[in-house]
Design a protein around this ligand. Structure first.
Ligand code: SAH
Length: 271
């Protein structure tokens, strides 16, 4: 459930001031003053959002703040590289404009991004990323680009990121935000993640952020030897599964219970 928060209110205040200011200012000099006021408002909003983002990340480093299911209760994010990436990526900008004022972008919950899809709960993004132990320069495939937020976290860790999204409008949105935020090297493909991205395989790691009923075979094939994959498996009841390919053999670890949107089947493919 979206909570009351500072962000929507502040955002509306800034918007009202900008619109009101522009309507009333007639001369060039007054316009200039109004622009400076707008800049001040925007930078103070950004500063407040930075504070909220840091508070969110701080919570992830203390086990007592984590979720209710058993393994989560005992877990805390401890990899400083992941923590730094979470501090660096501005989650609020990945939530498409029409949804930004309705939710707290730094509350630990999923947020709507349109087309019945959601940007994942930030703690789960942190958890999945940490479990994959991404090293700089590694080639990582994400299935379910959505808002582009998880892709940005991977890019911030120095990975060479390939991400597939089945809804063209979301893929376009993600490309735009990623590029605006300096992650223009992330490769985004509009297509069906069940097929993976064979042209760029094999991958050191694969992160699936929508839930298939079974682990997709093509993705296992596109994993490097010594590669690892994390994927929520199931329909109503889902569990994160971590797969490691070792000397051609797969080792499977069943992890925590989760709730992701389903991984749907489709055949559109357009880069
Ligand atoms: N990782 C995203 C959140 C993903 S939500 C983020 O950081 O915002 C799951 C996404 O998976 C949705 O955008 C949905 O459209 C997409 N999806 C569902 N089935 C898919 C498939 N077969 N191939 C690629 N993307 C798929």
């Amino acid at each position: 459930m979206p909570r009351d928060c500072m962000y929507p209110r502040e955002y509306e205040v800034v918007k009202a001031r900008v619109i009101g200011g522009l309507a009333s200012v007639m001369s060039a000099s007054l316009l200039c003053v109004a622009c400076m006021a707008q800049t001040n408002d925007e930078s103070s909003l950004e500063a407040k959002l930075d504070t909220r983002r840091n508070a969110m990340v701080d919570n992830f480093t203390h086990p007592k703040h984590l979720g209710k299911s058993d393994p989560l209760k005992r877990y805390r994010i401890s990899d400083t590289r992941v923590i730094d990436a979470l501090r660096a990526v501005k989650r609020h900008l990945y939530i498409p404009e029409p949804y930004r004022t309705r939710v707290d972008p730094y509350g630990d919950h999923p947020c709507p991004i349109g087309f019945d899809q959601t940007i994942s709960q930030p703690f789960i993004v942190a958890y999945m990323t940490e479990r994959m132990q991404i090293e700089p320069g590694e080639k990582v495939l994400e299935i379910g680009t959505g808002s582009g937020y998880q892709a940005a976290i991977l890019a911030e860790l120095g990975a060479d990121v390939y991400s597939i999204e089945i809804i063209p409008q979301l893929a376009e949105h993600a490309k735009r935000v990623l590029s605006n935020q300096g992650y223009g090297k992330v490769h985004v493909l509009t297509g069906d993640g069940y097929k993976g991205w064979p042209e760029h395989s094999p991958f050191d790691a694969i992160i699936v952020t929508c839930a298939p009923e079974n682990v997709p075979e093509a993705l296992v094939e596109q994993l490097k030897d010594n590669g690892r994959m994390i994927v929520p498996v199931g329909s109503r009841s889902q569990r994160l599964v971590i797969l490691r390919k070792e000397a051609g053999k797969l080792r499977q670890e069943d992890d925590i219970m989760v709730r992701f949107v389903p991984m749907v089947h489709g055949d559109s493919k357009k880069e």
